[in-house]
Ligand binder design. Structure first.
Ligand code: GLY
Length: 443
């Protein structure tokens, strides 16, 4: 089977690696940057913008592609899935309409409301500043400000974390209106939720889901969750599929929310096929929905995909054929810690074209996995771009052991000009999370 992967980040490297372990699969890739890890596993690579629909469809036809997997959200938003399907190519990713669950945050909230899905929060959207400020007052200033459309995970600003008072909120809303951040002169204002964030990813065939282990991502740039939001600096998961602050019933509640969303999308005549991602905040009153994404998370894909023992190509075919309920995800019972290596200045002004030497043998010998992201390959080294560079994933029995494996692996990566959040997966940070949840629950 000829499979085309669209996307060249670490998430897509993990998808490619998982497919590469499937039987009878030949991989082709289209990506904007030549990811050395993906290139090595691909029969052919086209360096092209992942949103150039015509070129991608032509490439798929020329190379007799049987099935396409799409990593990032931008091609979903402009209907790459639909365009490929129109040419008879199977796609394991949502259509433009179904992907609105991520690409239109107001539509997502309205859908949850219409179908009375649990985990909802107060929200409203605004196109004028006066009404927006009145709603912020109603919520006592405890809000999250969100552009309606895609912002690469960097558009959300939360009171107390990213802005201090009403004046700063007003400035950001005006900036959204003026610059059409997220594609529209409109802001979604949501009540701020206090709790612990977690991610649940699942695979959907349009009617059933197969959920993966839960993961906790770290969006903030600096240790102890300080600094600006990023695409994600690292993440961890635990071998039982839960998290140190997340019980089995919390997990099951989140999985049933994803199932309800899939059913709602079916009712709306936009059946959802492919990976789906729920970002939740666990509060004293249960889980609240923060975002739903129409794809795997990055970095969260790197926590779950390396553990998948099932033939991924077969699972993808089952998603497309609507037979996922006949499948089971065979997942290695291990904990994982993923740490991203980013260029110095990332989150503000990345240092680009900086040299990073990567000792792949050393990383392999530690038992960790290496996933390249946005780098350029040179003779014997890679160079940084403005985005995240690469990630290592420690895999072991406990989170703490996996964290140590990741740290040992990172010693194989040398550069003067990289930055890593070393606190991810450490006992100190995780205990803080557990303690926080206990306080919220009055324990
Ligand atoms: N880890 C956040 C995202 O993939 O959107």
């Amino acid at each position: 089977m000829n499979v085309l992967i669209v996307g060249g980040g670490a998430r897509e490297h993990a998808m490619c690696d998982t497919l590469h372990r499937s039987k009878n699969v030949t991989i082709f890739t289209i990506m904007h940057n030549k990811n050395p890890g993906i290139a090595q596993m691909s029969k052919d690579v086209l360096i092209e913008k992942e949103t150039d629909v015509k070129t991608i469809v032509d490439y798929a036809l020329d190379h007799e592609i049987d099935m396409t997997l799409i990593g990032p959200e931008a091609p979903l938003q402009i209907g790459l899935t639909d365009a490929l399907q129109q040419k008879g190519i199977m796609v394991c990713a949502p259509t433009k309409n179904a992907a609105r669950i991520e690409t239109d945050k107001e539509w997502m909230r309205d859908l949850l409301k219409k179908y009375e899905i649990s985990g909802q929060i107060r929200y409203e959207s605004f196109t004028t500043i006066q009404k927006a400020i009145r709603f912020i007052d109603d919520l006592n200033g405890e809000v999250a400000l969100k552009p309606i459309g895609l912002t690469g995970g960097k558009g959300v600003k939360v009171s107390g974390d990213h802005f201090k008072n009403q004046d700063e909120a007003e400035l950001y809303i005006k900036e959204i209106f003026k610059n059409k951040i997220g594609g529209q002169s409109k802001v979604l204002i949501e009540e701020k939720i206090i709790g612990e964030e977690f991610t649940l990813q699942a695979l959907s065939d349009g009617s059933s889901i197969l959920p993966f282990p839960a993961v906790q991502d770290h969006k903030r740039l600096q240790p102890d969750d300080k600094g600006p939001n990023t695409g994600g600096m690292g993440s961890y998961s635990r071998k039982d599929g839960l998290l140190p602050f997340l019980s089995k019933s919390d997990y099951e509640e989140a999985a049933s929310v994803l199932q309800d969303i899939i059913e709602a999308l079916g009712q709306e005549s936009c059946p959802y096929v492919g990976p789906i991602y729920g970002q939740f905040i666990l509060t004293a009153e249960g889980s609240k929905i923060i975002e739903i994404n129409a794809r795997f998370g990055d970095p969260e894909a790197m926590n779950v995909l390396p553990l998948l023992q099932s033939d991924y190509a077969e699972i993808c075919s089952a998603m497309i054929n609507g037979t996922i309920n006949e499948k089971k995800l065979n997942i290695l019972q291990k904990s994982t810690v993923c740490k991203y290596v980013v260029p110095k200045g990332y989150g503000y002004k990345s240092m680009v074209d900086e040299k990073i030497t990567v000792d792949e043998d050393h990383i392999k010998n530690t038992g960790a996995r290496l996933f390249y992201a946005s780098v350029n390959k040179k003779e014997g080294y890679v160079t940084t771009t403005s985005s995240r560079s690469l990630a290592v994933v420690g895999i072991a029995s406990s989170i703490s052991e996996a964290e140590q494996v990741a740290e040992r692996a990172l010693k194989g990566i040398q550069s003067e000009n990289i930055y890593i959040r070393h606190d991810i997966g450490t006992n100190v940070l995780i205990n803080k999370r557990v303690q926080h949840m206990k306080e919220l629950r009055g324990m």
